[in-house]
Design a protein around this ligand. Structure first.
Ligand SMILES: C[S@@+](CC[C@H](N)C(=O)[O-])C[C@H]1O[C@@H](n2cnc3c(N)ncnc32)[C@H](O)[C@@H]1O
Length: 204
């Protein structure tokens, strides 16, 4: 084994470290994510672990909103064969998303867009809306709440958002649960330090 590994395995998927030669090459070429899309965050693993233990029906289409390096969407593409739209406001995350997809032999559809741009038509035609650690600033609470509300209203069948319990996200969850119902579940990945909550809305 290499003294300094260039990647790790998360939920059966390969995730490159910052020292991975391809990650270094992307950085050298000026791809510098600026809204925290700089690595796989723990909530991505949390979300995958939850989906792996709680899914009786496989989705055919998934939106991974605020995807960053996109591991949860990549896992859905690999595990379910789902068509995955990996959406992020920061175009600089897309080369890292594509590298991670390539390392795992799947393809996803990278889309540069804000939460506000994910409209009813797209949401209504998609089975699942997923996201992990996407509400870390107060200013994000409104667009995230509105995106989830649009998904519920337009008939997205399942909405799953994982979070390490940041205050703005807890406010989003409270607003959604009181307006529409659903559940906020505590979740922990056994044998790891990954823990947090999952907002679960079954809308089928
Ligand atoms: C903390 S990272 C989490 C990334 C990934 N979901 C994960 O779990 O590893 C938050 C991501 O949300 C994206 N983001 C922030 N504001 C956004 C917005 N208004 N619309 C879409 N994406 C946004 C950032 O660019 C970043 O990639």
């Amino acid at each position: 084994m290499r003294k300094h590994p260039i990647s790790k395995t998360v939920a059966g998927l390969t995730v490159p470290f910052a020292r991975h030669p391809e990650v270094r090459r992307l950085k050298r070429n000026g791809h510098n994510p600026s809204i925290h899309g700089t690595k796989l965050w723990g909530s991505g693993h949390l979300l995958i672990d939850f989906i792996a233990s709680n899914s009786s029906l496989a989705p055919t289409s998934v939106i991974d909103a605020g995807c960053g390096w996109g591991l949860a969407g990549i896992w859905c593409a690999k595990t379910f064969g789902a068509a995955v739209a990996s959406v992020d406001a920061d175009r600089c995350v897309m080369p890292y998303l594509e590298l991670t997809a390539q390392l795992n032999d799947v393809s996803v559809n990278p889309i540069v867009a804000h939460f506000e741009d994910i409209d009813e038509n797209i949401l209504g035609a998609t089975d699942w809306l997923i996201g992990s650690d996407i509400c870390f600033w107060d200013d994000l609470a409104e667009p995230v709440t509105e995106m989830i509300s649009r998904a519920i209203d337009s008939g997205t069948k399942r909405i799953l958002i994982a979070d390490p319990q940041r205050a703005p996200f807890l406010r989003v969850a409270e607003a959604i649960l009181s307006g529409y119902g659903g559940e906020l579940l505590e979740w922990r990945v056994k044998g790891t330090r990954s823990s947090g909550v999952i907002l679960v809305i079954e809308n089928a």
